[in-house]
Design a protein around this ligand. Sequence first.
Ligand SMILES: [Zn+2]
Length: 441
Amino acid sequence: VRIDVDRDGFIAKVTPGGDADDGERLAGPCLPGLPNLHSHAFQRAMAGLAERMTGERDSFWTWRETMYRFVARLTPDDVAAIAAQLYVEMLKAGYTAVGEFHYLHHDPDGPPYADRAHMSRRVIEVARATGMGITHLPVLYCHGGFGGKPAGDGQKRFVNSPNNLASAITMLRDDYAADPQVAIGLALHSLRAVTPEELWEAVGAVKDMDADMPIHIHAAEQVAEVEACAVWSGKRPVEWLLDNAAVDRTWCLVHATHMTVEETAALARSGAVAGLCPTTEANLGDGTFPLRDYMTQGGTFGIGSDSHISVNAGEELRLLEYGQRLKHLSRTTAASIEMPSAGEALYARALAGGRQALGRPIGRIEAGHRADWIVLDADHPALAGHEPNTLLDAAVFAAPSLPVRDVMTGGIWRVREGHHRDEKAVFAAFRRAYDGIRSRS
Ligand SMILES: [Zn+2]
């Protein structure tokens, strides 16, 4: 198969049986790169800092206290250094696009930077420099709990009004309009953090700019959140959203772990994407997403590495499937008659859901799409002897991480033979930043 790429990094033509001529022969099997639809980049530097007992029953909520203490210390330079390290790791792991759910907006003391979008720009520039395609999602965060409860001290760097956030989004859209590696969307932190009026105002503002703009929200990750939502509104979070917001294909509900059978069917029908983050959801003790029922109803999902406790696309897909096998005492739960390979079914669905949630032309090796792909290492022991019909099963289930050799995004090689061009310099800067963060603690 010959793939022609144009000057702007789009696939111009795909020709089965085309001649090699001036082409470069790829070193192994080629797949579309995976979208990582949910990331909080700064959290990569706190991975491993919250695995010790705190003396109470450790949960998402005790983890969150650790995160608040950590985030309070980060400078814009720290965040840029951490994001660069993360994006290099992601590219090497086979992720070629990220959805950056960005809520770290302001100065450590709370006031906004002179440019309200300063932190967003730093993260976007890092994505451009490392080669990561990015859908940047500035987060609306107004309150510390359901019913408009005031934000706490640990949340002061996150808080914006819908109006301020919409103007930051307008600026970012204008400034990056010419770069096909960058898209801008909107995130609502959660129903804990925005009132219905704030949600409607922000969504209305961005839909006026572009009806297709991606909208992401954390929903129903924790039982305590579901219970508090029911006390506040009489409804569960996913139920409330489906009843009160125009949830459609442009929406991504991140986690949606705790749903009734009715909510599961209704979310699937809405056309929205469920943003699943299996390693983080396991790490935080969130629970298991009802994947089997959701898929039976035709639901769409993608994967994200969220807290980045693990940056390993193969592990996300494998853990997603294994959670279902353990729960239902059966095998190949993601597979179907049409797609009997569990590895292929998981990979294909994560491509389609990731593409939809990130709102960019990615996830397919077809004309008009970004030239984003990974080349597997044909010499990796886990792939030895596999034909195409079991290749993805071997890559997902039988290797510790996807055996990625080379990675291209936007028509440019970013990873060759397992190495990113800037990995040494990026890691040195990350280590300096990390030492600084620890010395300030
Ligand atoms: Zn998250």
